[in-house]
Design a protein around this ligand. Structure first.
Ligand SMILES: [Zn+2]
Length: 91
């Protein structure tokens, strides 16, 4: 099971660049060419970034910062999958 958003039609993972930067803009699925859209929902990535910058100030050294970044990135991806599913605009 992927932690990325997937195409509801063929199950191909949506590239995260499209999921995040292409929010609100329809794009073609790379697997089946269906037109998909991810509705704008900025609170997930924004709270991820905010959390990262607040938590980062309490850490010193890059190993902790890297771990923190990876944990938050995984959390954002997971939340995005559940709260920002890709939906089919046109098959
Ligand atoms: Zn597809």
């Amino acid at each position: 099971m992927s932690i990325m958003q997937t195409c509801p039609k063929c199950g191909t993972a949506v590239p995260y660049t499209k999921a995040l930067w292409g929010m609100g803009t329809p794009f073609a699925c790379t697997g089946c060419e269906a037109m998909l859209i991810i509705h704008k929902n900025y609170w997930i990535p924004l709270s991820g970034f905010t959390l990262f910058f607040f938590a980062k100030s309490g850490l010193d050294g890059w190993p902790e910062t890297t771990v923190l970044f990876l944990v938050i990135a995984a959390l954002v991806l997971l939340l995005s999958k559940f709260f920002m599913p890709a939906v089919i605009v046109k098959e």
